[in-house]
Design a protein around this ligand. Structure first.
Ligand SMILES: Cc1cc2nc3c(=O)[nH]c(=O)nc-3n(C[C@H](O)[C@H](O)[C@H](O)COP(=O)(O)OP(=O)(O)OC[C@H]3O[C@@H](n4cnc5c(N)ncnc54)[C@H](O)[C@@H]3O)c2cc1C
Length: 262
């Protein structure tokens, strides 16, 4: 069984800066860590292949430094790491990111299952997994919190909706995004880290893709552009009203009217 697990490096701190001109995150010089939800995705992939046999390939789209995330995934138990990287991929929005990752996945043969985290802690859209599946024309289920069974041709999973939990069987190849209740992620093994220190990370660039049209990737392939990005400002103005109940009601009425609330 061939399982792909999609992982992303995210800023390790919430103290991030935004480029005032482009409106995108300045990632240079930021400490990074593996997206917490992707640890659950890795653990899920390892649990499945330890029961059925097979290989787990960790894949990430990011700058060359994202190799560290792949090394961590290998230290946890993944068999291979694939880095999708190219200057032309920079500035990608969710659509371009998903298209790029799906183009990379197309270069890997005989995939049964793709596992993504539910969401990231930086972009936080939870859209990349479903969009990858749509681009690969395979079925997908989001917010999976339990693997019920894995057969040769399908997987049965439980996923949470707002008020109900549903169980579905999906045929391979398919994609699932997993929530944090699925399994407890193991720690990276120091022994595995040493043993796999010199393992080659497979690098894919635009030149390796079937679709080499630059306008489909990075900023050029992104229909959404950041207009502005800012931390919400706190309104700490306080007005204290004094008087009897009828005076207070009148004062409050005029205050709200002045503020155009009523
Ligand atoms: C308009 C716009 C412009 C942007 N410009 C930039 C930019 O210039 N530079 C920049 O770095 N980012 C940019 N981003 C952010 C970038 O698009 C997102 O980081 C990316 O689409 C992933 O989305 P997400 O973080 O919301 O992932 P989610 O959908 O929340 O992630 C769900 C899961 O998908 C998988 N996944 C997500 N991203 C990756 C990845 N890169 N590799 C492998 N698996 C992944 C993981 O399993 C993850 O748990 C921009 C976003 C927007 C909307």
């Amino acid at each position: 069984m061939n399982v792909i697990v999609c992982i992303k490096q995210v800023p390790a701190s919430s103290n991030v800066k935004i480029d005032p001109v482009t409106g995108v995150l300045i990632r240079d010089g930021l400490d990074s860590k593996l997206n917490p939800y992707d640890l659950y995705a890795i653990e899920c992939a390892l649990q499945i292949t330890s029961a059925t046999g097979g290989l787990v390939t960790a894949i990430t789209m990011g700058p060359p430094a994202a190799k560290t995330a792949l090394k961590e995934a290998i230290s946890m138990g993944c068999n291979k790491g694939v880095l999708i990287t190219d200057r032309l991929f920079a500035g990608a929005d969710v659509l371009a990111t998903s298209y790029t990752i799906s183009s990379g996945i197309k270069q890997i043969n005989d995939i049964d299952l793709i596992i993504c985290g539910k969401q990231t802690t930086d972009g936080d859209t939870a859209q990349v997994g479903p969009e990858i599946a749509e681009m690969l024309h395979i079925p997908h289920v989001s917010f999976v919190n339990k693997i019920i069974s894995v057969l040769q041709d399908s997987i049965t999973v439980e996923y949470a909706l707002d008020h109900t939990t549903e169980t579905v069987r999906i045929p391979f190849p398919c994609l699932i995004t997993v929530d944090k209740d699925i399994y407890t992620p193991r720690l990276p093994s120091y022994k595995r880290m040493l043993a796999h220190m010199n393992d080659e990370i497979i690098v894919l660039t635009l030149q390796d893709f079937t679709d080499k049209d630059e306008s489909h990737y990075g900023l050029k392939g992104s229909p959404t552009q950041v207009e502005a990005m800012f931390s919400p400002t706190k309104n700490e103005n306080k007005v204290i009203l004094n008087g009897s109940i009828s005076e207070l009601s009148e004062k409050l009425f005029f205050q709200l009217k002045e503020l155009k609330v009523i």
